[in-house]
Write a protein that binds this ligand. Structure first.
Ligand code: ADP
Ligand code: MG
Length: 148
């Protein structure tokens, strides 16, 4: 599915739509180069889950954790840009962070990728003359969940 995202309001709508159907165990894998809009969409999802404070970019810490009641369900926001090997995702204890939580993953390919997981929604963002384009692909668990 291709979604045109001409401005920040469109990013916000997509983020809130994803937040509305997100479940524990899901991964939202956000790919695209620097400046593609991954953190912008992550912030819209986290706001849609009910978080009202700031959402720092996790690029230095790699993972930021959001727990209820700040958000509707436990959420890990990860930015794997700085990983040099996919195995490092295990070494930082990613499985423990993910236990019972949903995850938003920026630079998912640096962590080995998550597209093989049934609960993975892949969103590839591309810079266009007019805003951004999202190419959205969901695993089996996502079929029928996203509004058309
Ligand atoms: P990334 O995390 O992929 O590096 P960011 O989310 O930090 O990218 O976004 C980079 C810039 O692009 C920000 O200034 C943001 O406001 C802008 N931006 C994001 N989405 C859009 C859009 N759909 N239209 C116009 N500008 C956007
Ligand atoms: Mg970012």
């Amino acid at each position: 599915m291709k979604i045109a995202l001409p401005d920040l309001a469109a990013m916000d709508r997509l983020g809130r739509a994803i937040a509305g159907v997100l479940r524990p165990g899901d991964v939202v894998a956000l790919s695209g180069g620097l400046g593609a809009g991954k953190t912008t969409l992550a912030r819209a999802i986290i706001a849609g889950l009910g978080h009202e404070g700031e959402v720092p970019s996790p690029s230095f810490a790699i993972v930021e954790l959001y727990d209820p009641p700040s958000v509707r369900l436990p959420l890990v926001h990860a930015d794997f840009y700085r990983l040099e090997r996919p195995e490092e995702a295990e070494e930082i204890g990613l499985d423990d962070y993910r236990d019972g939580a949903a995850m938003i993953a920026e630079w998912p390919d640096h962590a080995g990728g998550f597209a093989h997981e049934p609960g993975c929604l892949s969103v590839a963002l591309e810079v266009m003359d007019d805003g951004r384009m999202a190419i959205v692909e969901g695993g089996a668990d996502w079929l029928g969940r996203m509004p058309q």
